[in-house]
Design a protein around this ligand. Structure first.
Ligand code: NAD
Ligand code: WQD
Length: 339
């Protein structure tokens, strides 16, 4: 019988790709999502790709009753907790909503896991916990900084809560996956990123500009101390991020003792904003209308991951290139707009 994994936020961007990867690798994902940033049609898309429609519970991660229902109906071995609000700019205006959803949501999940003796958890963390590092190449030992945004604070707070739970209760196995910049979409073009309103992130802004939905991409800053003056990030294909979760689950199932491990999920390579635009134009044979604009407040000039720990602990590394990711992002944008 296949292992059942609860995936909170499983109809979201990274969650849906992870659900596909779990099914493909023989697991049985059970999704809990309140559809605040996704929709139920994703379940049909997952079925189109995998042949399996996962069990779905429409509900909220802050609701104790929904966990009672799920955990008493299914023998769940592990939880992957994606559900959260993730818009950095919005969090500045609505810090309390972010604390409630992201921190209280995690706390309710932990209470329910404790009640039902479920020990394995993969937590969605972020490179935002490193803030603006002194060295742009970050290892898991790089000191964590006080995050600039309430969103970033919720990720750091989540990590700290989990560290405390493991230290004092000594019964959980926890992987903190610190994603760098997930981009792209499933190569089938059936699932991908669904930004609401004007995108904050670079890739959706590029695809919407290429599509003619946005007039011009603003490149934030041309005078950073980088090779071409624009910021550098570690862009990673969302399918690689998804497969890292399955590797984390597999690793956990082999362990007996309690532990907590933070692991960078990136490619180990930095790419500048101008390079991303150039690669996007070249791979997709389409021009992107762009211009330089002032720096965006809070942007880190350069950051990318050292990924040795992921290779060593998870036996995982990124398989897709940035070229693959921008191609898949563009295919998704075109297909999605036709729907
Ligand atoms: P997303 O918004 O696409 O997915 C989150 C999903 O969770 C959505 O389907 C939403 O409806 C659901 N959700 C939110 N609050 C909920 C609640 N209270 N109860 C039930 N469902 C709820 O976001 P994503 O990009 O897939 O991100 C997933 C996780 O990864 C988040 O925790 C995010 O902070 C983290 N993360 C994302 C990125 C990124 O760039 N996308 C980078 C680093 C970390
Ligand atoms: C990438 C680069 C921008 C838009 C964010 C969160 C981080 C994590 C990942 C969740 C930067 C530039 C962007 C645009 C631009 N998420 N840019 N014009 O800021 O690295 O990280 O997503 O945990 O916490 O902060 O990603 O995609 O917003 O920006 O020039 O219209 O693209 O300045 O250099 P970021 P991003």
């Amino acid at each position: 019988m296949s292992e059942k994994i609860l995936v909170t936020g499983g109809t979201g961007y990274i969650g849906s790709h992870t659900v596909v990867e779990l099914i493909t690798q023989g697991f049985e994902p059970i999704i809990l999502d309140n559809l605040s940033n996704s929709h139920e049609g994703i379940l049909d898309a997952i079925q189109d790709i995998t042949g399996v429609k996962p069990a779905f519970y429409k509900g909220d991660c802050r609701d104790a009753a929904i966990y009672d229902k799920i955990f008493s109906s299914h023998q769940i071995s592990s939880v992957i907790h994606f559900a959260a609000f993730k818009a950095v700019g919005e969090s500045v205006h609505k810090p309390l909503a972010y604390f409630d959803n992201n921190i209280n949501g995690l706390n309710q999940l932990l209470i329910a896991m404790d009640k039902f003796s479920i020990r394995n958890l993969v937590f969605s963390s972020s490179c935002t916990v490193y803030g603006d590092p002194d060295d742009p190449v970050v290892t898991e030992e790089t000191p964590l900084k006080d995050p600039q945004s309430p969103y970033g604070f919720t990720k750091l707070a989540g990590e700290k809560m989990l560290e405390n739970v493991v230290r004092h209760k000594k019964q959980m196995r926890v992987a903190l996956l610190r994603y760098f910049n997930p981009i792209g979409a499933h190569p089938s073009g059936k699932i991908g990123e669904l930004p609401q309103g004007i995108p904050n992130n670079l890739l959706p802004y590029i695809t919407q500009t290429a599509m003619g939905i946005r007039e011009k991409l603003a490149v934030f800053g041309n005078d950073y101390a980088t090779s071409d003056g624009s910021c550098i990030r570690d862009y990673i294909h969302v399918c690689d991020v998804a497969s890292a979760h399955v590797s984390a689950i597999t690793m956990m199932h082999k362990k007996e003792e309690a532990f907590i491990d933070a692991i960078n999920i990136g490619t180990g390579k930095g790419t500048s904003v101008l390079e991303i635009i150039r690669i996007f134009e070249e791979v997709n044979a389409i021009e992107v209308n762009w211009e330089f604009a002032p720096r965006r407040e809070g942007d880190v000039p350069e950051i990318f991951a050292k990924v040795d720990k992921a290779e060593h602990v998870l036996n995982w590394n990124a398989k897709f290139s940035v070229r693959d990711a921008v191609k898949d992002a563009w295919e998704w944008e075109k297909k999605y707009r036709k729907q």
